[in-house]
Design a protein around this ligand. Structure first.
Ligand SMILES: [Zn+2]
Length: 411
């Protein structure tokens, strides 16, 4: 069984490794605090008999060798970076539980056939560079050109941040190959309260939510607000009507299947007494099924067209980015559930509303994600986020048992 005290010590130490901040922990990628956290983990990994390496983008790996050095590895971990003023668990919990699984494996004296590789990913939480950037490099979705394209809030290109942090700037060897591993496992806190409210130990994630983001620009004509509506080219009301129709369509045809958010909206010229000549807003769809994302994307385009005629405006719909929903691998889901059953831990199937590195690593390897309960109504990305250490210990047990099950599976 996992050692609760070791998990607690590692997580509390990592929580204290932070840039100065008002409350909680701020550990953005490529900062002195991030380096200090990597150094701490490196020490713990070496102490656990692991071979440690850092790749070109700063991902940290610790390998506990298996009996067969040629066998594909089993990878397990999560992200080490945080948002600003974060809590202690989102990210590091998955790394520390993986590390604990490796320690237990070594102490058991019964090594796996495969090496167990603990991974601490960088640039997952979007605190500095966009979210899940590290895993996109690992999956080969991002390459050389993205090193200069991606910039932080201060406009600093990624490659400059990497060099200032002490990396060479080369991404050779960052991309992982399918033959290198059998599967990748991730443990994360739930970020919702289903597990806590049902007193369940482990959530076995089926699908990770997909999204589609758009920027919509509506161009009309500024005019005096006394002009009758029928004679205006009102970019403001055209936008509001378009958004209302999207919400109505979802309520009518796809309730509970897809959500929409308009998180940004700007009106120009922005005066109380001027009909807006231009409106710019965002649309963010989320769904566990690609078909709904596709259907609502088509609806957005078709309605944009109708609004042009109705409101005498032009509407430009720009696709910003999107990720289809990702189904975790059936064999890994099955292994997680068998592991929970063997350990007599209560488990339930869940979906993940938030994105995770697993989504992209799934393109390279079989992949699976488990959740441990989040307390305090499931809040995360703040110091109030909490998962108790006993439950994290159960998570570590499940990671090890799952690795043992997958290790015996033929590829
Ligand atoms: Zn996270």
């Amino acid at each position: 069984m996992a050692d609760v005290k070791r998990i607690e010590r590692d997580l509390e130490t990592l929580y204290r490794i932070s840039a100065p901040c008002e409350e909680g922990c701020t550990r953005l990628s490529y900062t002195p605090a991030y380096r200090q956290a990597v150094d701490y983990l490196r020490g713990r990994m070496e102490e656990a008999g692991m071979q440690v390496r850092e790749d070109g983008i700063g991902t940290l790996y610790g390998l506990l060798p298996g009996r067969n050095p040629d066998a594909p590895k089993i990878v397990t971990g999560s992200h080490l970076d945080t948002v600003r003023c974060a809590g202690a668990f989102d990210g590091p919990a998955g790394i520390v539980c993986s590390l604990e699984a490796a320690r237990m494996l070594r102490e058991s004296g019964e090594p796996l056939e495969s090496g167990l590789e603990v991974v601490a990913t960088i640039m997952e939480d979007g605190g500095r560079y966009p979210g899940t950037t590290g895993s996109r490099f690992m999956a080969g979705i991002y390459g050389e050109e993205d090193l200069t394209r991606l910039k932080d809030d201060d406009g600093l290109p990624l490659i400059e941040a990497m060099k200032a942090y002490g990396l060479s700037g080369s991404i050779e060897g960052v991309r992982r190959r399918p033959e290198e591993a059998k599967a990748v496992l991730e443990l994360h806190m739930e970020q919702a309260s289903k597990l806590e409210s049902t007193h369940t130990d482990i959530g076995v994630v089926r699908t990770i939510c997909g999204n589609a983001w758009f920027r919509v620009t509506v161009r009309g004509k500024a005019s005096h607000p006394a002009i009758p509506h029928a004679e205006r080219s009102d970019a403001g009301f055209a936008s509001i009507r378009l958004l209302a129709r999207i919400e109505e369509k979802i309520a009518k045809d796809y309730p509970g299947k897809i959500t929409v958010n308009c998180g940004q909206m700007a009106l120009h010229p922005g005066a109380v007494n001027a009909v807006p000549s231009r409106a710019i807003f965002t649309v963010d769809y989320r769904s566990f099924e690609k078909a709904y994302l596709d259907a609502m994307t088509l609806f957005l385009e078709a309605e944009a067209h109708r609004i042009e005629t109705e409101y005498r405006v032009t509407v430009e719909v720009q696709f910003l980015k999107g990720t289809p929903p990702v189904d975790n691998s059936p064999n890994v889901i099955d292994a997680f559930e068998r592991a929970c059953d063997r350990l007599d831990y209560r488990h339930m199937p869940l979906n993940s509303g938030a994105g995770h590195d697993t989504m992209f690593l799934r393109q390279v390897w079989d992949a699976g994600l488990i959740f441990v309960p989040s307390y305090n109504e499931g809040v995360t990305h703040c110091p109030q986020e909490f998962t108790d250490y006993e439950n994290l210990a159960k998570g570590a047990d499940v990671l090890l048992e799952t690795a043992r099950i997958l290790d015996r599976e033929k590829r």
